[in-house]
Ligand binder design. Structure first.
Ligand code: RRO
Length: 284
């Protein structure tokens, strides 16, 4: 996720990213939650941004710029109803997005994201209706880890016709100011990303790989090239980097790609494809 700016997204691709996922977009502009909306913790970033975005009409322009540069774009979409998801997704695909990643997992706003993303029947319906509307464009479901069994939601997405799933969105978490004796985030609870959640994300990808036949995108705490390799071995076909950009700047894409390439060379492996899911061979 590189926000809502085409130029920042282009910087990520110039630094080695294979494509970009936008900040989550809805039909209407939203200011987001009042501050503080972000807290740095010793092992990750806690946020409660509250879906700030300029609305789909503004993002259409950014997507059009990205497509002029031939950059692969997934538009992240949220909605407060099935029709919201479908409408915003259709506008993004008409603007040239290669596909949409449906946010079924934002932990910070009532009536969307996580609230629908823990209900298999709603997930299936949102995916099925969106897929029917955008036809050949890719539809990915971004899943929440804030559920006992993530594979139930993964299966629902697959049944609805998803082309893939992204695992995972942020983990519900909290930080408290010990002198003010109250939560630091204005909303109290937020979502944790970064290093702390990487092992949770690897476990989620591993469990999903056992049950799904569609591709999985690993997301959560990729800071070093070895984090990406872990995702591939767990069963991911691709990885996303978000919080890692804040820690390592855009240079992270180059460093991760270079590390992966050295690892493959050292191990005599031809391509990443040959790594996908390999950790399952030696486990029960
Ligand atoms: O904007 C947010 O508060 C937010 C979103 Br859309 C999301 O998907 N995950 C998250 O941790 N925060």
């Amino acid at each position: 996720m590189v926000g809502a700016s085409a130029l920042l997204a282009k910087r990520a691709v110039d630094s080695g990213a294979g494509g970009v996922v936008t900040k989550s977009i809805g039909l209407k502009a939203r200011e987001g939650n009042p501050g503080p909306t972000v807290v740095e913790t010793p092992c990750g970033l806690l946020n409660s941004m509250g879906l700030p975005n300029p609305g789909v009409e503004e993002i259409v322009k950014e997507v059009q710029i990205l497509k002029k540069f031939d950059i692969p774009v997934l538009a992240s979409i949220y909605g407060f109803s099935v029709q919201d998801y479908v409408h915003a997704a259709t506008l993004m695909v008409e603007a040239g997005a290669d596909g949409v990643e449906l946010n079924l997992s934002c932990p910070n706003v009532e009536g969307t994201g996580l609230e629908v993303g823990i209900d298999p029947s709603q997930v299936e319906e949102i995916i099925e209706t969106t897929k029917a509307a955008v036809k050949d464009a890719v539809v990915i479901a971004k899943l929440t880890p804030n559920i006992t069994d993530i594979t139930v939601i993964g299966k629902a997405a697959e049944k609805g016709g998803a082309d893939g799933v992204t695992a995972i969105n942020t983990v519900k978490a909290m930080a408290i100011d010990i002198y003010l004796e109250r939560p630091i985030l204005s909303s109290g609870v937020g979502g944790l990303s970064g290093t702390a959640i990487h092992p949770i994300a690897v476990r989620a990808v591993y469990e999903l790989y056992k049950k799904l036949d569609i591709p999985i995108i690993g997301c959560g705490g990729v800071i070093s090239w070895s984090d990406a390799i872990e995702f591939f071995l767990a069963g991911a076909s691709a990885v996303q980097i978000g919080t890692g950009i804040l820690y390592k700047d855009f240079e992270i894409f180059h460093t991760v790609l270079e590390g992966i390439s050295q690892y493959l060379k050292k191990r005599g492996v031809n391509d990443i494809q040959s790594l996908i899911g390999n950790s399952h061979k030696t486990s029960t």
